[in-house]
Design a protein. Structure first.
Lengths: 54, 224
């Protein structure tokens, strides 16, 4: 329950950073999110491969 | 759509050549793997199997970690360290984290400043270092991924040659891990250091990474 609330709060705060201060260009957000997803997915993918083949 | 492409052309261009280079690496790596397997009389594998192998993972991750370390260190070093004449350096009297006014935070924030730059306290502190923190996390994450894929690839080779497998912690102290790590680090440090120095005397017209073509050699911290 506490962890859920913590994650929700974190998501809200990240949204605030991305949307806040007049930075409302949707494509700019989409590009940033795409790059973040590539990085997180790449790191997780290869970590899991390394660990699961051991 | 046209303006989307124009306004995001830098990241779209690098996204496209990143995906092409990654695909090229996978194909070339797969061919090399199978050529070596043929020479040793081992079983050939499919491209799909190769891109899910630790061998491919290690090759990709060791380059990722070094790139993020390079950017992270460069960002951190240029807060305090200077290079006279370089557009990559700050002006010679600007070393340090700079004043709130110059950084437009808290009371000096503008109407359109991000909320976390305006509010002060821990949120502004965190946001003031957020780029470094995220680059650092990507560096640590990809270095970890390099270590586990490298460990698995190393042990697979040991099994092939009837050698002894080693624990993860032993692998972290091994020559295999540090050779793969440092061969990437040295090239990144060389590239950054030489770029900062070459940009004192050389120019690229129109690039924000260079000084204006007519700027004097001893002008520091000016971008074109």
């Amino acid at each position: 329950m506490g962890a859920n609330r913590c994650v929700r709060r974190l998501v809200t705060e990240v949204r605030r950073i991305v949307r806040g201060g007049g930075y409302s260009l949707a494509w700019m957000r989409a590009m940033s999110i795409t790059w973040c997803l590539i990085l997180v997915a790449g790191i997780l993918y290869f970590s899991v491969i390394g660990l699961s083949h051991q | 759509m046209k303006s989307f492409i124009r306004h995001n052309s830098l990241s779209l261009f690098f996204l496209a050549i990143f995906l092409l280079a990654l695909a090229g690496q996978a194909i070339a790596g797969h061919n090399l793997h199978n050529e070596e397997a043929k020479e040793h009389g081992d079983e050939l594998i499919s491209l799909g199997r190769y891109v899910t192998s630790s061998e491919f993972g290690q090759a990709v991750m060791e380059n990722w970690q070094s790139e993020y370390l390079q950017f992270m260190l460069f960002m951190l070093a240029t807060v305090w360290l200077l290079q006279r004449g370089s557009p990559e350096s700050k002006e010679l009297d600007q070393a340090g984290v700079e004043s709130k006014q110059k950084q437009k935070i808290e009371g000096a924030a503008e109407r359109k400043s991000p909320l976390w730059a305006r509010v002060g306290g821990w949120r502004t502190q965190l946001y003031s270092n957020s780029l470094l923190i995220v680059m650092g996390l990507i560096f640590v994450g990809s270095w970890f991924a390099q270590s586990v894929t490298g460990w698995t690839a190393f042990n697979a080779e040991q099994v092939d040659h009837e050698g002894k497998t080693i624990s993860y912690w032993s692998y972290l102290g091994s020559s295999d891990f540090w050779q793969a790590t440092l061969q990437n680090w040295q090239s990144e440090f060389l590239a950054v250091g030489s770029f900062a120095v070459l940009a004192i005397y050389l120019r690229q017209r129109g690039s924000p990474e260079s000084k204006p073509v007519g700027a004097p050699h001893d002008t520091t911290g000016v971008e074109g």
